[in-house]
Write a protein that binds this ligand. Structure first.
Ligand SMILES: Cc1cc2nc3c(=O)[nH]c(=O)nc-3n(C[C@H](O)[C@H](O)[C@H](O)COP(=O)(O)OP(=O)(O)OC[C@H]3O[C@@H](n4cnc5c(N)ncnc54)[C@H](O)[C@@H]3O)c2cc1C
Ligand code: FES
Length: 368
């Protein structure tokens, strides 16, 4: 009796192992797409091994599409035109496409499209200017309890050419249990007048893969990789009044814009609202205030939403939105530049539009 049970168990185990082997072999055969050709803009072909996302296949060929979320399908930054070979649109892509883009039929998220056959894509020529830089951490400043300013010196002879307001992607190294390298977007906070190094302002996100690495592991002298520059969050060259609104690390690109303008000069009327909870969340206040002496018509307005009694705060309180009305002279001739959490961007955009600022004059980088 016992030997019969043993035989049955052995037989079942053998069947299980055989099935597993068949599945692995079938999986390999089915996902072996061989060499695939990516035709770019009808001008250039790159040959890649099929099976990876379009985003990472292009990355391997040093073609860096924007990918603020590092390829997780949660930012929509990696949109590009896929004219053929991309397969059907996936449910993960739809939320990021406008009605017009859905109707166009060829707009896809490069991180969601798997290269399984030859594929034809169309990307802006500016993508070819995006490069991967090697750099060394040269300075770390604790701006607040959860926010650091980190300066990266580019490798000898390397220069980065960017517009104030743009961002780079910082690549992490494996640490503790995190074995995978990830890339996350960070706005450049230093001036584009300096192009052999750049500063990022990075706020700690609890359990965050990249920010934990930055805040708890990164040290002066470490070597890192950055790609960029990316993004269309930069100052438009007009004479319109400007409202800047930032919260948390959203100060980074506005700092870069102001430092750039300080060199170039401007007479535009500019008001900068910085929203924070308490006094301990404010940083670089003196630096921002100092621009009031640099520009003819600039004011820096920190606003605290939850000031502690011990803060002895005498400045503006609550949210930033109620203060827009007294600031806006001519809404049709005002541009707004917003940077911070998606919730803040949505609330501020609505308030600005309620005050008559046209939606097309509201520019933002959402850090979500
Ligand atoms: C264009 C752009 C520019 C950016 N610039 C900056 C910048 O200058 N400075 C900066 O600090 N960040 C910036 N960010 C955000 C940054 O890219 C990362 O998303 C953030 O640092 C979290 O990365 P992580 O790997 O630590 O967290 P993850 O491991 O990606 O996330 C961990 C968890 O936290 C949540 N989460 C992710 N980000 C946030 C957040 N900001 N607040 C609260 N919860 C979050 C996630 O949903 C997830 O559940 C920018 C984002 C974009 C898209
Ligand atoms: S890289 Fe973020 S959605 Fe594709």
């Amino acid at each position: 009796m016992f030997s019969v049970i043993l035989k049955d168990v052995a037989l079942l185990s053998a069947i299980g192992v055989t099935l597993a082997v068949i599945m692995v072999i079938a999986g390999r055969l089915l996902s072996n797409y061989g060499q695939c050709k990516i035709n770019i803009n009808g001008k250039r072909d790159v040959i890649v091994t099929g099976g990876s996302s379009l985003l990472s296949s292009l990355n391997d060929k040093q073609i860096y599409l924007p990918s603020a979320c590092g390829g997780r399908g949660s930012c929509g930054a990696c949109k590009c035109k896929v004219d053929s070979g991309g397969g059907p649109l996936l449910p993960t892509e739809k939320p990021f496409l406008s009605k017009a883009e859905l109707a166009q039929g060829n707009i896809r998220l490069a991180c969601q499209v798997k290269v399984k056959s030859d594929i034809t894509i169309d990307i802006p020529a500016s993508i070819f200017n995006i490069r991967r830089f090697s750099a060394t951490v040269s300075e770390i400043i604790d701006y607040t309890y959860d926010t650091k300013g980190i300066t990266f010196k580019l490798a000898e002879g390397e220069m980065i050419d960017f517009k104030a307001g743009q961002y780079v992607q910082l690549e992490t190294e494996p640490y503790n249990k995190v074995k995978q390298r990830v890339a996350r977007a960070y706005s450049i906070s230093s001036s584009p007048q300096i192009n052999d190094s750049l500063q990022l302002i990075i706020r700690y996100v609890p359990e965050g893969v990249c920010t934990t690495w930055v805040h708890q592991h990164l040290k002066i002298g470490d070597k890192v990789f950055l790609t960029g520059p990316y993004g269309d969050f930069f100052l438009r060259d007009t004479e319109a009044d400007i409202i800047y609104v930032a919260g948390g690390s959203g100060k980074a690109p506005i700092k870069s814009i102001l430092e750039d303008l300080a060199v170039k000069g401007t007479s535009r009327k500019m008001t900068y609202f910085f929203g924070a909870r308490t006094l301990k969340d404010l940083y670089l206040t003196e630096h921002m205030k100092s621009f009031e002496q640099v520009f003819e018509n600039f004011s820096y307005v920190p606003v605290l939403s939850a000031a502690e009694p011990t803060d002895n705060w005498t400045g503006k309180t609550g949210f930033v939105m109620p203060y827009f009305k007294e600031t806006i002279r001519d809404p049709k001739n005002t541009e707004a530049y917003l940077c911070g959490s998606p919730g803040m961007i949505n609330a501020v955009t609505k308030a600005l539009m309620d005050n008559g600022i046209p939606q097309e004059k509201i520019y933002y980088d959402s850090f979500g």
